[in-house]
Design a protein around this ligand. Structure first.
Ligand code: FES
Length: 625
């Protein structure tokens, strides 16, 4: 096959590929991942590039006429035929997300509060052992000598793997028979033998999200959080949502392995940089706990996710075997213990179980509704006596995905919108205070609420005939200009289109219908709910009254709402630091009753009723006028 040289501009990065490769694949190979919400199907219009030089074949795809006229094409639909130079506009690049590490979660998460009444009993412990040097008459093997000392000191039967055994003779002698042994609490496996006084033990808590990955580095001896790092999930080049990822994993030869490697590379890059910043060796990291949704857990472990997507939505497992870092490819001590959070069923995954653990959902009397509005929209209702969970396929609209000018909550994102009902003039609140680049979830919610209040859209979300230059008609339908090109950070208008509004209404309708379905299944009314916990970065900038006004969240007093931040990560930290907490997580996964929303008509009826602003049944939203 013909080898072609592809030069990407303005980075001036060059990569060699065979003729027939798409520009999307070539960019990925060059380490320049492009936005590709649809995973290369040509439908999302995100992977826009311009061919500056060379021979390509363009297949088509969904690209506005204006951009085509200006010479742009879609990277996933542009096939390389010879040596080419490709320009990548900054907006097409999957920029390193500024993952919100310091979230505004209002549940305490300092170490003491994180642990609460759970004991500090980390996944591994370091035990100092003083061994007697062997002699001609006291000549038991190195292993027997070590295990006897451990038995005497801790009263446990240690387990020695071949990998540890291979280095043991030298380790013991170099340490002068005075050693620190790092021991896995779950099964008393010996993970590391080092000279006495040098045995440090660290652990990673990992939130493996569909969009972002966050890693927390903890000192397992004292439970101190040393640092956190985050990045976008490199799997994003295969599509934004779990469905595109499952399709890629199951319909492309080697697709599952590509996704597995992408997730691993993301985690390893974050953890390597954390370790380097804090002067810690990979060998000193002896435990990891991972919380991810059902699909992410399957993909990381290389398990076929095909049947999660097909009726009746069955995962390969809800509980995972005890693993080692070496088995799955984490760049830490290969013998390190790896615990992957259990899931409940279908799309209700380990991230939700971790959230339920951290928020003590099953520990109190009060009836709590836990909602994680991420790329899917999972929720749990209950208290210490019972828990019921569902996943409502809300889609990633509130993460800015699939929305023309949508983006994650980061600097440059519009988080608040004001629209003058008389003049239709707009004021925007932008995260970081600079020029706007797009709208994040809270900005989109605000925008919807204000468009309706100003009469620019009606209760069905349709644009009304309003005399303002901001409302205009394009080939794709109506759109409303929130910021003119001269006001934005990238020199292009920031708009919300009729299709965006429909998409957002479908998403909010699915979330509210999920809540109603859970309540109806247990024959309770909204008023019975004592508190609502909103999980995820989504809550960081959310204004509850606006979310109520569009019918996304129930019309309940603001004091019932609690924002808990990244509960998936905090649950993973808790499980890493406290063995009893991990055991409770296993119990939680088994205890939650799963409600499959696609069985029966309940959800669909609720969904249809929720496709209005705020709802067809206005009595459910007495505070909305
Ligand atoms: Fe190219 Fe979606 S249009 S990835």
């Amino acid at each position: 096959m013909n080898q072609c040289t592809v030069t990407f501009l303005p980075a001036n990065t060059t990569v060699k590929v065979t003729a027939g490769t798409t520009v999307l694949e070539a960019a990925q190979k060059a380490g320049l991942p492009l936005k590709s919400t649809c995973g290369g199907a040509g439908t999302c219009g995100r992977c826009i590039i311009k061919v500056r030089r060379g021979e390509v074949q363009v297949k088509g795809g969904h690209l506005p006429a204006k951009l085509k006229e200006d010479g742009y094409t879609l990277a996933c639909q542009t096939i390389i035929q010879g040596d080419v130079a490709i320009e990548i506009p900054a907006e097409s690049l999957l920029s390193k997300h500024q993952v919100l590490l310091q979230d505004k979660g209002r549940l305490q998460d300092g170490l003491t509060d994180l642990l609460g009444s759970y004991p500090l009993e980390a996944a591994c412990e370091v035990v100092t052992l003083h061994l007697a040097e062997p002699t001609l008459t006291e000549n038991t093997s190195d292993t027997s000598r070590l295990l006897a000392a451990l038995r005497k000191e801790k009263g446990v039967e240690g387990q020695v793997s071949l990998a540890l055994l291979q280095d043991l003779p030298e380790s013991l002698r170099q340490a002068g028979w005075q050693v620190d042994v790092t021991l896995a609490r779950a099964d008393n496996r010996l993970l590391r033998v080092t000279p006495a006084g040098s045995g440090r033990s660290f652990g990673l808590a990992i939130d493996l999200g569909t969009t972002t990955v966050v890693v927390s580095l903890l000192d397992l001896r004292n439970g101190r959080r040393i640092g956190q790092g985050g990045s976008y999930n490199r799997q994003a080049v295969y599509g934004d949502d779990v469905i595109s990822r499952i399709i890629h994993a199951t319909s492309n030869h080697g697709g599952l392995e590509e996704l597995r490697q992408a997730a691993l590379a993301t985690i390893n890059e974050i953890s390597n940089s954390l370790l380097a910043n804090h002067g810690i060796n990979q060998a000193e990291v002896t435990a990891a706990v991972i919380a991810g949704n059902t699909t992410m857990s399957h993909l990381l472990l290389g398990v076929n996710p095909k049947y999660i997507r097909l009726q009746p939505y069955i995962p390969a497992a809800t509980e995972w075997p005890a693993l080692t870092a070496g088995e799955i490819g984490l760049a830490i001590n290969p013998l390190a213990t790896v615990q992957v959070f259990p899931s409940v069923a279908s799309y209700v995954g380990g991230d939700i179980v971790a959230g339920a653990l951290f928020t003590r959902l099953a520990r109190g009397e009060e009836l709590t509704l836990f909602i994680d509005i991420g790329t899917n929209g999972e929720m749990v209702l209950g208290n210490k006596d019972w828990l019921i969970a569902c996943a409502c396929s809300a889609g990633p609209a509130f993460e800015g995905s699939g929305i023309t000018c949508g983006m994650r909550a980061m600097e440059g994102a519009v988080e608040g919108v004001t629209i003058d009902p008389e003049t239709c003039e707009v004021e925007l609140e932008v995260i970081g205070g600079g020029r706007p680049a797009g709208l994040c979830g809270s900005g989109l919610i605000d925008c919807l609420a204000k468009l309706r209040r100003a009469g620019i859209i009606d209760r069905t979300g349709n644009f009304q005939e309003v005399a303002t230059p901001r409302l205009r008609r394009t080939d794709e339908g109506y759109e409303f200009v929130l910021a003119w090109a001269a006001e934005s950070s990238h020199g292009k208008d920031i708009v919300i289109t009729a299709a965006d509004i429909k998409n957002l209404i479908r998403s909010k309708g699915a979330v509210f219908a999920g809540i109603q379905s859970l309540l109806k299944t247990v024959s309770l009314e909204l008023e019975a709910v004592d508190r609502i916990i909103i999980a995820g970065g989504f809550g960081n900038y959310l204004h509850v009254p606006n979310a109520v006004e569009i019918g996304l969240l129930p019309d309940l007093p603001a004091e019932k709402y609690v924002f808990a931040g990244n509960t998936s990560l905090k649950g993973a930290e808790l499980a890493l630091l406290s063995r009893p907490a991990w055991e409770e997580a296993l119990e939680l996964g088994r205890k939650m009753t799963y409600l499959e929303l696609s069985a029966g008509n309940l959800f669909m009826e609720e969904f249809v009723s929720a496709l209005f602003l705020p709802h067809t049944r206005l009595e459910l939203f007495p505070s909305v006028t």
